[in-house]
Every structure is written in C-alpha cells, then in structure tokens.
Design a protein around this ligand. Structure first.
Ligand SMILES: [Ca+2]
Ligand SMILES: [Ca+2]
Ligand SMILES: [Ca+2]
Length: 460
C-alpha cells in the first residue's frame, strides 16, 4: 500500500511537471494590424495550434519597454502607448482569429457613427480597450485589462500611423516568472527614435534575456496607404508563416527569436482587412472549411479546382488574382463536367475500390466502406478529372472507427477528403496531391489549416 501511494506521488509529480511546462505559453500569431483611421485601430491574433489557448496570461503592447512589467516598478508607457492584458479566463480556439479593438467595439463595428469615409467593419471585435467615451464601446464585448494599476493605458494610446511595433507576450505572473516570453512581434511602417524596435539584449534582469536581433537589422512590415474610405493596414501573408525567423536562441515562447522575422516578406501592405473572414474570400470563418485559403462559396470557402498545372503547388501564391481563377473555372466548366463513377462500396467480404476518373469533371469518390468488419477501408478518390474525388467514407470494425479514405489528387493535383465525420483529421477542402492522412504531414501549413477546419467542423 505504501509503495502504491508513493507510485501515485511520483505519477502526480510527473503530471504537475508536465502541466507546468505547458504553462510556458503557446505559439500564437499576430496576423493583422490596422493603424488608421483611429476608430479602426485594431490588432488580430490567430491560434495556429490544434488546442484552445487560455489567454489570461497574455498581453499586448506597442511599447518597446513592455518587458519592465515584471519588475517591482514597471516603466509606465509613454503618452500614445499601452500595455494591456487579456481578460481573465479568455481563450482563443484552434484555428481561430480574434480582433482586439483599440478604439472601442462600437467604433470598430460602425466607425463611431461616422457618416462619411470608412464606415466600420460591420462586425464586433472579440475584445475592446476600455475607453473614456462610453459611446465608443460595444455592449457585451469583453474589456482588455490594465495590468499597471491605471497607468498601462494612456488616454491617447493608439498605433502611430507612420509606424511602430506591436508585441504579443506571455508572462506567468502568478507562477513567479521574472521574464516575459515573446509570443509574436511585428514592427511596421517606419520606426523612429520615439517608436523604436524591441531590443531586450541588455534588459534587466541582467543577462537573463538572450540577445534580440539588433534594431538596425530588424525588418518592418509594410503598411498600406491611408485614404478617405480605407483603412491603413499590414496583414500576415497567407498561408501564415514566420518565414526565416530564427527558431532557436531567442526570447520567444517556442525558443525562437521573434525579432528576427523577415517581416518585409511575411507581411504585406493589404488594402483591406475583413474581420470574421481571415482569407477575405467572402465565406465567413464559421462556415469556411478552408478559413486560411481563399476559395469560393460553392466550394465551402475552399479553392475550386483550377484546372491549371499542379506542378508548382509549393509556391502557393496568395496574391489571389481573381481574374485568373475565374477564367480557370470557366475553362474547367466548358471542357466537360462529367464526374467519374463512384467506387464500389466495400463490405466485410469485398474491398472498396477507387472512384473512376472523370472526363473533364471531378474524379469519382472512393468507395464507402459500409460493412462492419472492414479493416482499413480507404477508398481513394478517382484521378483524372478537374478535381480529385473524395476519399472513401469511414468504415467500422464493431466498435472502432476506420478513418476515411484519402482523397487522391486529380489532374489539377488537388484531392479532397470525405465529407463524412468522424474523418481522419484531414479536411474536405482540396489539397495539392490529395488530402493528407494526418494533419501534420508534409503539406505543412496548408494541411494544418485544413485540419483545423476539420477540427472545428467536428466540434459543432
Ligand atoms: Ca502607440
Ligand atoms: Ca514572429
Ligand atoms: Ca476560405
């Protein structure tokens, strides 16, 4: 009995140790920054992981000495700047994007009642800064918290139109940690002596931080021009990536150096941002099965088969030249739309077969493994059409579910997973080369994005 309880103690120690390790913060991305007009000022964050992240210990700042928050006498942000904390218990789901409004939720949604120019984003943010003008706030939108007893949020706080920085950081205050971890960081526009880059290289506590990239060597994200009816923004390029950011030797939550990112490449000067629709394809995130790939409503927000060569799928240009994609869709439609026949359904005594090739249309779907007792049934989508077919539908072996089949790429190089859940953590959106069996496969971010869509779909 004694041995049993000591074994329990060891087990619980291990559990505690592993949960403490997890408490070090998760990787999130800053994906959008809006600097103008004042009513539109906002920041978007994105969770690229596959689990929800508790934001209670996460902070946002546009102040380069944000890290002094861990000291007994933190440096007060100067006029125009802020250090804010996410509300207790707030969280961001896997694959979710959330917007933080600096000007207040009512301004974010409807431009504070402006009657000309930019008219608001027509949707509410996830959070809003507290604001002395009550009319600027939206009812029901959680307020960001001032972590510095009334001095963290300057009344004139805001993002400098010419450029400054935004940093998302993690600090395990109640865990006694005396260092911050950079979760993500983006300097944008033109920095200046009054809005300098982050550099914790010589920051107190002495020698505790690893060197940040020298400010003179840091890149900046490009901002779009200001205009009467438009917002000025920078947007992380799709598919989301941190480019050549150093993955070791830095002060980031994952050990990387957030100040080393090639921001001039990983961000672009976007003319518009669309809160609630990450990829701006007109299909809102909640209904978009490919929320980080611009697609079509007819294809549930996923890219339609382009009919073009699939040989250079790795470039994944996100420049969304709508004219070329629409012309490609036209040629696909006019070249024939006969889909291949579906494969044969499997049973306990017969194997499933692949779908037949379509003649200019979609490939046939893989056969459904409907019989209980069919092991590893994996109907492959037919190849040869403008789109690959869907993977076969799941089978079952008594109590255990067999994963869906994998969609095999059609002549366009794209394959599609089965639409039936539970699936294999792939997705129903089309993926170059066919749907990955696992979300963390060689397809990288594209596969991850699709897997997240599948996760969200299952959660509904
Ligand atoms: Ca500022
Ligand atoms: Ca980064
Ligand atoms: Ca989409």
């Amino acid at each position: 009995m004694k041995r049993f309880s000591s074994a329990l103690a060891v087990a619980s120690t291990l559990i505690l140790a592993s949960s403490a390790a997890r408490a070090a913060g998760a990787k999130l991305l800053i994906t959008n920054v809006v600097v103008s007009p004042v009513a539109a000022e906002s920041i978007a964050i994105y969770n690229p992981g596959n689990t929800a992240v508790d934001l209670s210990d996460y902070y946002l700042s546009d102040y380069n000495a944000y890290y002094t928050i861990v000291t007994t006498s933190p440096t007060k942000p100067p006029s125009g700047d802020f250090v804010v904390q996410f509300p207790p218990g707030s969280s961001i789901g896997p694959g979710e994007q959330q917007w933080i409004s600096i000007g207040g939720g009512a301004c974010f949604q409807s431009a504070c009642g402006a009657t000309s120019g930019w008219m608001g984003f027509k949707t509410l943010p996830a959070y809003q800064f507290p604001n002395a003008t009550a009319a600027d706030l939206a009812t029901g939108v959680p307020l960001m918290v001032d972590p510095l007893n009334g001095t963290g949020i300057s009344t004139s706080r805001g993002l400098t139109d010419d450029g400054e920085l935004v940093v998302l950081f993690y600090w395990d205050k109640n865990g006694g940690t005396n260092l911050v971890s950079d979760v993500d960081y983006v300097p944008f526009g033109t920095l200046s002596s009054s809005n300098p880059a982050v550099d914790k290289t010589s920051a107190a506590p002495a020698l505790a931080y690893l060197p940040d990239t020298a400010p003179a060597s840091q890149q900046t994200a490009p901002l779009s021009a200001k205009g009467t009816n438009v917002t000025s923004n920078t947007c992380r390029v799709l598919p989301f990536s941190e480019g050549t950011q150093k993955t070791t030797g830095g002060n980031g939550v994952t050990g990387g150096d957030e100040t080393s990112e090639d921001f001039a490449t990983t961000f672009k000067a976007c003319a518009a941002v669309t809160p609630g629709d990450i990829d701006g394809d007109g299909v809102l995130d909640a209904a978009d099965m490919c929320p980080t790939q611009a697609g079509t409503a007819a294809n549930h927000g996923c890219p339609a088969g382009s009919g073009s060569s699939s040989s250079s799928s790795s470039s994944s240009s996100s420049s969304s030249s709508s004219s070329s994609s629409s012309s490609a869709a036209t040629s696909g439609a006019t070249s024939g739309a006969s889909s291949g026949a579906a494969g044969t359904s499997g049973s306990s005594s017969s194997a499933v077969t692949s779908g037949a090739a379509g003649t200019g249309g979609n490939g046939g779907n893989g056969g459904a493994a409907t019989g209980s007792g069919v092991a590893s049934a994996s109907g492959a989508g037919g190849a040869g059409g403008t789109q690959g077919g869907e993977g076969g539908i799941l089978g079952s072996t008594g109590t255990s579910v067999i994963p869906n089949g994998t969609g095999v790429g059609g002549s366009d190089g794209l394959g599609e997973g089965s639409t039936v859940t539970p699936d294999d953590a792939g997705c129903t959106c089309e993926v170059a080369g066919g749907e990955p069996r696992t979300p963390w496969g060689a397809l990288g971010l594209l596969g991850v994005a699709c897997a997240l869509a599948a996760t969200r779909r299952r959660a509904r």
